[in-house]
Design a protein. Structure first.
Length: 132
């Protein structure tokens, strides 16, 4: 564990107003990944530099889970795009890292009213291990 986060990750449902905002964002930018959304949960602790939302739904009858990360607008699009490009390059070299998915417009970083959003396949786990 580190001194800034709980080591075991749990999730809680998002507030209804946040859910509505996320559903709108999803339908605008990421609709091709799910036919229906069944739940939206967030990490059950105070997140300062980002928010992580677990989006569960169905695509063609199969359950699919994604991690939608909100990053404050104090970070630049270019910084986040570069981070995503580095993740893709590392993966191409055989390093196992989460791969950002693209929006309907083909971008890995999407702007929302309250932040930048990046979408990843959800990697199941319940422990956080900070690496820096």
């Amino acid at each position: 564990p580190n001194n800034h986060s709980v080591w075991q990750i749990t999730y809680r449902p998002v507030e209804e107003s946040r859910r509505a905002t996320l559903v709108d964002l999803w339908h605008t930018h990421f609709a091709s990944y799910l036919d229906t959304i069944s739940s939206i949960k967030q990490v059950n602790e105070a997140e300062v530099n980002s928010n992580n939302f677990k989006i569960t739904g169905e695509k063609e009858g199969n359950q699919c889970i994604y991690l939608l990360r909100r990053v404050p607008l104090t970070r630049t699009r270019q910084e986040l795009e570069r981070t995503g490009e580095i993740m893709q390059q590392l993966n191409a070299q055989g390093v196992s890292v989460p791969q950002p998915l693209t929006s309907r417009a083909g971008h890995i970083v999407t702007e929302g009213a309250d932040g930048w959003y990046l979408l990843f396949p959800f990697i199941k786990g319940d422990h956080y291990r900070c690496t820096w």
